[in-house]
Design a protein around this ligand. Structure first.
Ligand code: F6P
Length: 326
């Protein structure tokens, strides 16, 4: 591996609020350390197609508080094919990029790891996903903002649920992870949560609702993670109505509203820390690592370890939710 002077940066997979803050910090930290930075548009797809732009201090002005990613993002099935990765590598060589920083979730980090091993390219991963399911960091960029968006929405739905004695199923993102759902449940006072990590059976919900009814609960909120074992929230609501009809049920799917919006201060600061950490990791030759935050300290972990492990849900939070969510 040669000495690094020019770094490519891309955002990949599902965008998340705070990605812009990470790019801004990375570009400014790079300039501070005398590295050049090239922005790759539309993730790995842009790497294959050679969609590049030189970035400097002023290219990243006024983006700190913007959601989404100004480099844009993509899920690139083409990058799964080795012949396209060879093209992507040639693009890096032709544009004299010596290292790559990948900002994204588990799929993007897996792509980064494969690419780095195949072509001996130094890579740094920055965890960014509203799902907060990247192993090795307490937080991924965007999670805090998405959680705030969900809680604000649930608070609003609660006003109408209370006014009508209704049961609301609110479906949130999280294909494989119940992090958003569990924490949203705790922060919004839902009476039940359905998540991918725990097998859900309808009877458990019926029991909870019956119990609540006995205790004079007039309306209820159930948070459903999209990746649960049972199925979409419309199916859960429909199946419930066949066996329990004390409440009128409504379903709200929050969808992509959870991915948008201005990043919270927490996400802006986290992203800024991780952007700087990526540059310092390259400087210290901590290649092929993820930068993350654990117990408020910046850490590096080999990306190969990150992509082969699963982020466990907090059993303490799950227990707490069971005890107090009624
Ligand atoms: O990985 C982040 C995420 O927002 C998941 O929670 C969700 O299942 C998925 O992306 C949706 O992806 P897309 O926007 O490509 O449909």
């Amino acid at each position: 591996m040669t000495e690094i002077s020019k770094i490519g940066v891309l955002t990949s997979g599902g965008d998340s609020p705070g990605m812009n803050a990470a790019i801004r910090s990375l570009v400014r930290s790079a300039e501070f350390n005398n590295f050049d930075v090239v922005g790759v548009q539309r993730g790995f797809q842009g790497l294959i197609e050679g969609c590049f732009e030189q970035l400097e201090m002023r290219s990243v002005s006024n983006i700190l508080g913007n959601g989404g990613t100004f480099l844009r993002s993509a899920r690139s099935p083409e990058f799964l094919d080795k012949k396209n990765r060879i093209i992507a590598h040639k693009q890096l060589q032709q544009h004299n990029m010596d290292a790559l920083v990948v900002i994204g979730g588990n799929g993007s980090l897996t792509g980064a790891s494969v690419f780095s091993h195949e072509f001996n390219i130094p890579v740094i991963g920055i965890p960014a996903s509203i799902d907060n399911d990247v192993f090795g960091t307490d937080y991924s960029i965007g999670y805090n903002t998405a959680l705030e968006t969900i809680v604000e929405s649930v608070d609003k739905i609660r006003d109408t649920a209370n006014s009508h004695n209704r049961l609301f199923f609110i479906e949130v993102m999280g294909r494989k992870s119940g992090n958003l759902a569990l924490n949203a449940s705790l922060a919004s006072g839902a009476c039940f949560v359905i998540i991918p990590e725990k097998k859900f059976e309808l009877i458990d919900l019926v029991k909870r609702l019956e119990d609540n009814k006995k205790r004079n609960k007039e309306s209820s909120i159930v948070i459903v993670a999209e990746g649960n074992n049972y199925g979409p929230s419309y199916k859960i609501a429909e199946d419930l109505s066949k066996v329990y009809s004390a409440y009128e049920s409504k379903v709200t799917i929050l969808g992509h509203i959870q991915r948008g919006g201005k990043p919270t201060s927490f996400d802006r600061i986290l992203a800024s820390q991780l952007g700087m950490a990526a540059i310092e990791s390259l400087k210290l030759k901590k290649y092929n690592t993820l930068v993350g935050l654990v117990n408020n300290s910046l850490i590096n972990l080999p990306i190969s370890e990150v992509i082969n492990a699963t982020n466990q849900l907090s059993s303490d939070l799950y227990r707490l939710n069971k005890i107090i969510s009624r």
